[in-house]
Design a protein around this ligand. Structure first.
Ligand SMILES: Nc1ncnc2c1ncn2[C@@H]1O[C@H](COP(=O)(O)OP(=O)(O)O)[C@@H](O)[C@H]1O
Ligand SMILES: [Mg+2]
Length: 501
């Protein structure tokens, strides 16, 4: 089977000859497409064939016009002309315009088959090559498309560090075309000397067999300036396994890193801002406490002063002197303790967690607030017993939270009202409940209470920060603040903290 699977077009106007030829090639395993005119041959050709055997003497066609059209109709196919002595010249002309060969009539079947066979080999080789080329082109187009559509920078360097690939993202970023940089060293694109050195060292390490190095390095960009690129490198070996190319893929992370830095700075600023707010609220509550403190100091101060005047006048009998000194000493100590309490409260100190007796911080807070609520005739009832509940907490912060809640309760309380402090316990939480007999918090503002700067108090009296700071303090401790309030039934605020131990 010399022509197995071949498709042979035979065009001849002599029916006997056509049959004869068909039989010869069919015997060799070919499929035959028959035509008796040039027009018919062209019509059949479009169905595809490998080799055509065409009689030069077809009544409606000249060989030199028919051959190119046939080859056009079936790309890659070859045409062999059959000719008598009389039309040999026409056959030769046809070979010039693309026929593969011609055979002289009457022909030797073997010679004819040999020619068809050669043509067929040529056709098959050409088509196979065409297929390969197509596949290769597709592969190349595909790779190029991938390299160019991915937003990543793709850079390939040879062993000398010269650019052999510079994708569109590289072109867009740097403003240099591939043609400009092809075959040139890449190092000029690094604006900073130490980074260029780092890039060179990394490149050398890759050549020496290093694996997947990565680094963030700047590149000069179009229009001046530079961008920070996160590079990841790999290598491509040649047939012998030696590194032939270094492939670097890069992502522009300039914005990313900038945003990270800004976020960090923002965190720092927020921290500072928070500390400032904390202090602002404290100062505001100190302002509110100071009237009471001044009043509190006034009593012992009066006693001390009258004793001192009597002593200076020298009218005190010697036997009564100790009693006078005792009164002065007592008064001074009371004043010192009040001032110390206020200073203690006002001082900013780094937070420190310890086991805190809730009753003792509560008592301190009550003492601090009490003087300023006495004018309103309020009674502070502290029902906590010393040592009963211990919280894991920062004493000074818990005191600040308590003072704020107590001052809120005092503000809300009616004249002669009562504020009661009770202990609370629930599993691993311990707390203090502060109940007042005020009007309660109206439902329509309840969700706003605790928002920073939300206050219903006139300017100068409220900062609107107290509850938000109290909430912050409780949260930082892993505790919480609970507010129960019904209009007309007063308000109970519970501060919850983790129990100590
Ligand atoms: N015990 C309470 N009774 C009624 N309203 C309260 C009570 N505690 C807080 N509030 C309301 O919550 C608001 C916010 O309180 P706070 O954050 O401490 O700020 P400020 O006391 O400076 O107004 C108060 O203005 C008040 O309207
Ligand atoms: Mg307040």
């Amino acid at each position: 089977m010399r022509l197995a699977d071949a498709r042979i077009l035979i065009a001849d106007d002599e029916a006997d000859l056509l049959d004869n030829l068909a039989e010869i090639v069919e015997d060799e395993g070919a499929t035959v497409v028959r035509a008796s005119t040039g027009a018919e041959a062209l019509a059949r050709a479009s169905g595809g064939f490998d080799v055509a055997l065409v009689d030069v003497g077809l009544p409606d066609a000249e060989g030199d016009t028919l051959v190119p059209r046939l080859r056009e109709a079936a790309p890659g196919a070859e045409v062999i002309l059959m000719t008598g002595q009389g039309s040999l010249e026409a056959a030769i002309r046809a070979v010039r315009v693309g026929a593969y060969d011609y055979v002289l009539k009457p022909f030797d079947p073997d010679a004819l088959l040999a020619s068809v066979e050669r043509a067929l080999r040529l056709v098959r080789a050409a088509r196979a090559e065409q297929g390969l080329r197509k596949a290769l082109r597709q592969e190349r187009d595909f790779t190029a498309a991938v390299l160019d559509t991915a937003g990543a920078l793709v850079l390939v360097l040879d062993r000398e560090g010269r650019v052999v690939r510079f994708n569109r993202a590289c072109e867009a970023l740097t403003g240099h075309s591939y043609a400009e940089v092809a075959g040139r060293p890449i190092w000029g694109l690094f604006p900073f000397v130490p980074e260029e050195a780092q890039a060179r060292a990394m490149f050398q390490a890759m050549l020496d067999g290093g694996k997947g190095a990565s680094a963030e390095l700047h590149w000069r960009v179009r229009g001046g300036g530079q961008r920070l690129i996160a590079w990841t490198n790999t290598t491509l070996p040649d047939e012998t396994g030696r590194v032939a190319y270094v492939v670097a893929t890069g992502l522009d992370v300039t914005e990313h890193r900038r945003a990270e830095h800004e976020l960090q700075a923002l965190h720092v600023r927020l921290g500072e801002e928070h500390a400032r707010l904390l202090q602002a609220e404290k100062l505001s509550s100190i302002g509110q406490l100071s009237a009471g403190v001044a009043h509190e100091i006034n009593n012992p101060l009066g006693g001390v002063m009258s004793c001192f005047r009597a002593l200076r006048a020298g009218t005190i009998p010697a036997a009564r002197l100790p009693e006078y000194f005792e009164t002065i000493d007592d008064g001074l100590q009371r004043m010192a303790s009040i001032v110390r309490g206020l200073l203690d409260y006002a001082r900013q100190r780094p937070p420190r967690r310890e086991a805190v007796d809730l009753a003792s911080v509560t008592a301190l807070s009550v003492r601090l607030v009490e003087p300023s609520v006495r004018g309103k005739g309020l009674r502070l009832v502290d029902e906590l017993s010393p040592g009963a509940l211990r919280a894991e907490a920062d004493r000074s912060q818990v005191m600040q939270a308590l003072v704020n809640v107590l001052l809120n309760a005092a503000h809300a309380s009616p004249e002669q009202g009562e504020i009661v402090l009770r202990p609370a316990q629930d599993g691993h939480r311990v707390g203090v409940r502060i109940s007042d007999q005020g009007p309660g918090i109206p439902a329509e503002i309840r969700h706003k209470v605790g928002e920073p700067f939300f206050t219903t108090k006139p300017e100068g009296e409220g900062t609107g920060l107290g509850l938000s700071i109290t909430h912050g303090i409780m949260k930082a401790h892993g505790g919480s603040i609970e507010i129960d309030s019904a209009p007309g039934a007063g308000t109970t605020v519970t501060l919850w903290l983790p129990a100590a131990g």
